[in-house]
Design a protein around this ligand. Structure first.
Ligand code: FES
Length: 105
């Protein structure tokens, strides 16, 4: 599984998603509660960028219709979205944040 550096850890503000691209895949990188998560940036309900939503309690909320997705599993917490969003493994190496999109975690 190929990990790609996406940003510096110090670039990530707590609970503020950062949109990056990994091997052509848009990924929202989120630092929350001392951990870093990577989730596909496209909501499973419609073509909306999740990185423009808000983060709370390890969930990222889609700003359009309000479904939230668990950053650990990608599962939606409520309607209208019913399908999960892919989440990806993250590695921290020093101040580097690396993500692999070749395998969903
Ligand atoms: S587009 Fe995300 S919940 Fe509808």
């Amino acid at each position: 599984m190929a990990f790609v550096r996406v940003c510096a850890l110090s670039d990530l503000e707590e609970d503020t998603p950062k949109l990056v691209e990994v091997d052509g895949t848009p990924v929202s990188v989120v630092r929350t509660g001392g951990e870093v998560f990577a989730i596909n940036d496209i909501c499973s309900h419609a073509n909306v960028s999740l990185s423009e939503g808000e983060v709370e309690d390890c969930q990222i909320e889609c700003w359009l219709h309000g479904s939230s997705f668990d950053l650990r599993t990608g599962k939606p917490s409520g309607l209208p979205a019913t399908r999960p969003v892919p989440v990806y493994p993250v590695q921290i190496q020093g101040d580097d944040v690396l993500v692999s999109v070749t395998q969903e975690s």
